[in-house]
Design a protein around this ligand. Structure first.
Ligand SMILES: Nc1ncnc2c1ncn2[C@@H]1O[C@H](COP(=O)(O)OP(=O)(O)OP(=O)(O)O)[C@@H](O)[C@H]1O
Length: 230
């Protein structure tokens, strides 16, 4: 992908986020600027507690900034109410967060189906899309297995299929390789690179793993609520 073919997807400008803790304010993000363009794989690194997850929650519209602006596809995300952000989230953003993990009683196929249902994708398109997504992550043969019948790496790949099924333009992944051994982590990264190329999606993920940072288009390093030059 040539840089000239990319377009702005998400822009974070001067973003701050504080939390009330008892009688005091905890300043977690202290002025963040970040630009995501289409067709990119971007990584956020930083020590535990530096504010990465807080930023990802803001980028995904799960939370709103105390100060600053977030524009998603040129729209003022930071000014929208919960309902409007939820609507965008269901249709145009995918998450691989612990809290959005697979439902244990549903098969891989049914887990992926769930995001199409939530995004109100026409039912007639489900089967083909679910099969395509599970195929993309190399799990077409195991689509009727439930999570407990799959390895950690396979479960994470089902989570990827689930997160991209509704064709989001942004995929946010919080530590998607943290629980995986290095071989499985490498597989997940291969899938990520492939879907950035084929699915018209931008991926922004957090990681502590320096070995996988090589495949990123850009790595932002967060230290104590601000980015430092990497
Ligand atoms: N809702 C909240 N209320 C109060 N404090 C919060 C809240 N959310 C996050 N924090 C605090 O903000 C700081 C940053 O947390 P955050 O989860 O963003 O860090 P992180 O860089 O993602 O760390 P990790 O790598 O461990 O996930 C922590 O000190 C955390 O306790």
């Amino acid at each position: 992908m040539e840089a000239a073919d990319r377009q702005s997807l998400l822009s974070v400008r001067g973003v701050e986020r504080s939390f009330d803790v008892g009688n005091s304010k905890l300043r977690v993000l202290k002025g963040i600027d970040l630009e995501l363009q289409t067709h990119q794989l971007i990584m956020l690194k930083g020590r535990s507690g530096s504010g990465k997850t807080t930023l990802m929650n803001l980028m995904g519209g799960l939370d709103t900034p105390t100060k600053g602006e977030i524009h998603f596809r040129g729209q003022p995300f930071h000014q929208w109410n919960d309902d409007r952000r939820t609507e965008v989230r269901r249709k145009d953003i995918g998450f691989i967060f612990q809290a959005y993990a697979l439902l244990p009683l549903l098969s891989a196929y049914e887990n992926v189906e769930l995001s199409l249902r939530m995004a109100k994708t026409p039912r007639g398109d489900w089967k083909k899309r679910i099969t395509t997504c599970l195929d993309m992550v190399g799990l077409a043969k195991r689509m009727h297995h439930r999570p407990f019948e799959l390895s950690g790496g396979e479960q994470q790949r089902v989570a990827i299929a689930k997160a991209i099924a509704h064709r989001p333009s942004l995929l946010l992944a919080d530590e998607p390789t943290a629980e995986l051994d290095s071989q499985m982590a490498a597989q997940v990264m291969t899938v990520f690179r492939e879907i950035v190329r084929s699915e018209n999606v931008t991926i922004c993920m957090t990681t502590h793993d320096t070995t996988i940072m090589e495949v990123a288009d850009h790595v932002y390093e967060m230290v104590d609520g601000v980015f430092v030059a990497g």
